[in-house]
Design a protein around this ligand. Sequence first.
Ligand code: SF4
Length: 482
Amino acid sequence: MSERQRKRDKDAGIVTCDACPVLCRIREGRAGACDRYANRDGRLMRVDPVVIVQSRAESEGRLTPFLSSADEWDGDIMPRDTTLTGIGAGTTYPDYKPAPFIVSSVHDGVDMVTVVTEGIFSYCGVKVKIDTDRFIGPEQATVRCEGEPVGHVTTAEYGSQMLALGGVRHFTGGSKAEGAATCRMMLSLCNKQVVELAVDGGAALVLQADRPPVVNGSREERMRVGCGSATIGMFARQWHGHVDEVIVVDDHITGVLSEHQAGRFLGMPPTGIRVRGRRSTPGRYFQVAEPGTGWGGTDVTDPLTIIEAIDPAVARPGLRLLMVSTTGQDAGYYLLDEALRPTPAEMPEAVARVVERIGENCEPALTSVLFMAGAGGSLRAGVTENPVGLTRSVKDALTRVTCGGVPVYVWPGGGITVMVDVARMPDNAFGSVPTPALVGPIEFTMRREDYRALGGHMDSIRDIDDALRSAQTRLAPPRGGG
Ligand code: SF4
């Protein structure tokens, strides 16, 4: 900006926000493009309060907001176990200056330092775990939000479908609309709000962190007890004597009791019932049907369609057959008639009890949202004059990294790549800027001597109570748009 422009702005009461590359020029009483900074009486202010959290043993280590607004704090010495988070702390992008808060405290007689900031993350994404057997779309299929590509379906895990959403390529590599939609979607998911997604060639999803997923309009209730084979193993003994054959229908591994090791162990004779698909090992079959939203994540609505043949030399009339899904939500009981055709029959109570027990052993289906980001070069410079010093300190476990007060998982290998469960973080911990990028809290805590050793900004260390008093005075309620 030219000197002339600077003077004109000053005369007009306009301040320039340098907390991100957008460099908003903000008029008196207005907020910048991200609504995070405002011009109040000619001063640039971070409009949200700094969030302080308190760990409570009785809440099983979960973090609870200590104050909803710094204005509520009466200025007394902070209670024990309180932590200053990066939420509302502000940013010093591009970190040519120290982080907004570098505070000292004493824990168990040890001098500690916590560096607190809001990182601007261009390199970040979310990993979403959806507890469901239902087919949500083929691996690598594009996931859309507001019609824009925002991620893809990735490798399914045990009982869960997985999405990889966001990331720098969607932020920067596509159209402006794609970047903006990606940013909005990530912001909503990370702030525990509801997001609607559509998978190309797959399902419509309604997702919210720590809530049951909704797949094609159906709210998922149960996360399966295991694959078909595992279900056989778990309940074989309880079925023994009440039924001659059990087939647990599963998109991945369908189990057949009499052939399975568990059935053999119990001395169950063969039944001559053979299911479709590719036999892997005894009693374990792959690809018995197509993936879908039917029984056990297959497209099956009538389980008998997966029976390929019944060997008349082995089967006998009256043979008792149970077909059940991996959650116990779908189940059918059959008797073979004189022509060896499975005929629906009333399920005996003893068998029904085991089906119920499958359901009882399922966990509630949830959507889990893990924010993943790299604490990059410029963010590290706000902590230390020697950025690699921070990386080494984190790797050496001398520095603890938290996001909004929640401990993160730090990936092995280079850099500081962290992952955190957003459900454990305080509400509305995230913001965004229109670059586009996500803004998230991050805190680095270490012993004072270790902070010195990594080249920390020692002159910027303040006592935590002093820091909060200054935060209190510079906070204001959000103002109107810019
Ligand atoms: S978008 Fe927000 S952080 Fe970026 S310059 Fe504007 S007000 Fe500041």
